[in-house]
Write a protein that binds this ligand. Structure first.
Ligand code: FES
Length: 140
C-alpha cells in the first residue's frame, strides 16, 4: 500500500490523474462501510460509558509484586502498579487523549486505552499516541 500511496501522492503533486485516486480517497463515501463504522463507534461509546460504571478491582495496598490494580479515591480513579522491587507507582487512570479509562496490560507492563489505542508506561510516560501528554501522577 505504501507504493500505491506514493504514486497517488506523486500524481496529485504533478496534477496527473491516478486511476486509484478515488478508491483510496479519504473523502470517499461508502454506504457499505456504514454498519461497520457505526458498530466501531458504538463499541467505543460503550467502553467510555461502561468504564465509569464498573467498580475498580481493589485497594492499592493489596497489589502483589509485578501486578496492577485500579482504585477510586476522592481525587479520581488511579492505577497502582507494584514493581519487582516492591516500589509502588500510581497514576491517573484517565487517558490524556479524551478521557477513557485505562486498563493494565500485564504482558506489556503498560496502561492501555481501549478507545483509540494510547499506551502509557507505569510511571506516566506516553508509549504510543494519539495521547501526547503524560498521565498525572497520584500519591500512593
Ligand atoms: S481516549 Fe485514550 S486514546 Fe483516545
Amino acid at each position: 500500500m505504501g507504493t500505491v500511496a506514493g504514486r497517488i501522492l506523486a500524481d496529485r503533486i504533478t496534477g496527473d490523474t491516478n486511476p486509484h485516486g478515488e478508491l483510496f480517497s479519504p473523502h470517499r463515501v461508502s454506504l457499505r462501510a456504514a454498519p461497520t463504522l457505526a458498530q466501531m463507534n458504538t463499541a467505543v461509546a460503550l467502553d467510555l460509558i461502561g468504564d465509569r460504571l464498573v467498580p475498580p478491582d481493589a485497594d492499592g495496598d493489596d497489589v502483589p509484586v509485578g501486578t496492577a490494580r485500579g482504585e477510586v479515591r476522592r481525587a479520581g480513579q488511579k492505577g497502582v502498579y507494584r514493581d519487582r522491587t516492591g516500589a509502588v507507582h500510581a497514576v491517573s487512570l484517565r487517558c490524556t487523549h479524551l478521557g477513557c479509562l485505562l486498563r493494565f496490560n500485564g504482558a506489556e507492563r503498560s496502561w492501555d486505552c481501549s478507545c483509540h489505542g494510547s499506551r502509557f508506561d507505569v510511571d506516566d510516560t506516553v508509549l504510543e499516541g494519539p495521547a501526547t501528554l503524560p498521565l498525572p501522577r497520584r500519591e500512593v
